[in-house]
Design a protein around this ligand. Structure first.
Ligand code: NAI
Ligand code: ISE
Length: 336
């Protein structure tokens, strides 16, 4: 069976996902494209998907009976309306993070999905599909390091554009940690705080960079996450879990060890597209498989909501400087 996919948003990650649907993954083909910038779609038709039809209106794409499932890879503020339209049309939808830009927006999606009576949404949180994070979770779940007590994490990008703002360090960047850490620990957040260290001279004048986010989970584990989006040297994701009887670390991406010019070295990646390339492949193949089987198994609308609730608290904490509680309603039985 081949799933006909429509893609809304053909920028950086849209293009990557179209490439993987067209050249890497099984049982899917991209048949429909939409972007407010039509040239983006035309370029993709010319280079990757000669048979795909370009739609001037995203809602027409969603409602086309030829389209079996939709990828939403447009800008974050557009996600909520497109996902709601997919649910209304009864179509499976893979939505890039964030599911919506506010917790209320995510809750609107959760409620629409519950009213529709079946799960249709997968959120593009790819880290739970990364082999390194999966290995780390297996060690934690085995009990080998005892109960997790503290986590030290870092999310570093070499640079960001001028349009990147201080709150995006949370809503665009930390959101990956907010998702993957609750999955890793099988826990939720109780409170958050944000601290601003000395600012790097490499950041634009309006951006506070770096930032340290302190999270407390409901079981009492303490997490520090350094967000540093102008670190210059590479795209570097770190996670160390300190347990009662040992420490487990996220593995580094595979890189040949080089002995040369009196130095021992390995390469550090600089591009997020490469750091999680396998995880993106696996998450999207899982979505396609789920569409075929009719059962969604990946990060759900509820996971998108949980990350957004914590993100809202972090953004409030950026302004207040204090400790902000995270209040989550109980998980509906629908998502158990
Ligand atoms: P981008 O700016 O490169 O592409 C976004 C595209 O959406 C643009 O082509 C733009 O014209 C289009 N667009 C905007 N409004 C639209 C509308 N109303 N209808 C149709 N198209 C519209 O941005 P990028 O980096 O591709 O990010 C897109 C989304 O993917 C964001 O939500 C971002 O957070 C997420 N993302 C996720 C990553 C991950 O690691 N999972 C990595 C990078 C981005
Ligand atoms: C980007 O949108 C992503 O999702 C990347 O994975 C992340 O590392 C980066 O900081 C975001 O801007």
């Amino acid at each position: 069976m081949t799933i006909n996919i429509g893609v809304i948003g053909t920028g950086a990650i849209g293009r990557e996902h179209i490439r993987r649907c067209s050249t890497v993954l099984q049982n899917a083909r991209v048949v429909a494209l939409n972007d407010i910038n039509r040239d983006n779609c035309q370029q993709i038709v010319d280079e990757l998907t000669p048979e795909a039809r370009i739609y001037d209106n995203a809602i027409d794409l969603i409602n086309d009976p030829q389209v079996n499932a939709v990828l939403v890879t447009s800008w974050g503020p557009t996600h909520e309306a497109f996902v709601l339209a997919c649910i209304e049309a009864g179509k499976a939808v893979f939505c890039e993070k964030p599911l919506a830009v506010t917790a209320q927006g995510c809750m609107n999606i959760v409620e629409a999905e519950i009213n529709a009576g079946r799960q249709l949404v997968q959120v593009g949180f790819m880290r739970p599909y990364d082999s390194g994070y999966r290995a780390l979770k297996a060690v934690i779940d085995s009990g080998e390091i005892g109960e997790p007590l503290m986590l030290h994490c870092a999310h570093r990008n070499p640079e960001v554009g001028d349009s990147y703002t201080t709150d995006m360090a949370i809503t665009d960047t930390l959101i990956h940690e907010l998702d993957v850490l609750r999955w890793l620990l099988n826990d939720d957040y109780a409170s958050v705080q944000v601290i601003f260290p000395r600012k790097t001279r490499k950041a634009s004048s309006h951006l506070r960079d770096p930032q340290i986010v302190l999270l407390e989970t409901t079981k009492g584990a303490r997490i520090d996450v350094e967000i540093f989006v102008n670190c210059e040297y590479g795209y570097d994701i770190q996670c160390e879990v300190v347990g009662e009887s040992g420490i487990a670390r996220l593995p580094e991406p595979v890189s040949v060890q080089l002995r040369s010019a009196a130095k021992l070295s390995t390469t550090i990646l600089t591009d997020w597209k490469k750091r999680f390339i396998d995880a993106y492949d696996v998450e999207l193949q899982a979505f396609i498989n789920n569409v075929i089987s009719g059962e969604m198994t990946g990060p759900s609308a509820w996971d998108g909501y949980a990350a957004a609730v914590a993100a809202d608290a972090c953004v409030a904490a950026q302004t207040s400087g204090g400790i902000v509680p995270v209040t989550m309603p109980a998980r509906p039985a629908f998502y158990r």
